[in-house]
Design a protein around this ligand. Sequence first.
Ligand code: SME
Length: 167
Amino acid sequence: MAEAFNDLILPAEKAQRYAAVAEEIAAVLDGEPNLTARMATVASMLASTFDHYFWTGFYVVDETREAELVVGPYQGTLGCMRIAFGRGVCGTAAATGQTQVVEDVHAFPGHIACDGRSASEIVAPVFDPDGKLIAVFDVDSDRPAAFDGVDKDGLEGILKQVFAARR
Ligand code: SME
């Protein structure tokens, strides 16, 4: 069943769609400096591009707290409010600064289940132009092993273009 799901979109087509949506996002955000608007646009456009995305959004670094993420712009069912650095998949991405690709969330130590239907997940760190961590971008799928290196490269490229590039 899992294989059948993942066969719906071939890696080459998925990579093409990431490239196309990256261009669309750049066009929509041209001249818009507001960070919330940029995050909301990325979440909306990616969620509507890919069928394997179930929950799509940002957890932003809460500067008023010690090593804590708070939910930001997202598309999907109700997300958890706060996640400490080091906890779950999002907290691990924040603490390590590395993208986490999780084929089976139930096998990930400390995974935080906001919606029981989530089966696999990818979380990428979001850096500003100075290289400072400002958020993580979290995508959950209700399909097992939905994310691979194509998603990792596609997402990291878009996040770099939207949040880390100097404009
Ligand atoms: N599953 C995430 C928490 C965020 S929700 O899935 C929206 C985690 O383990 O970090």
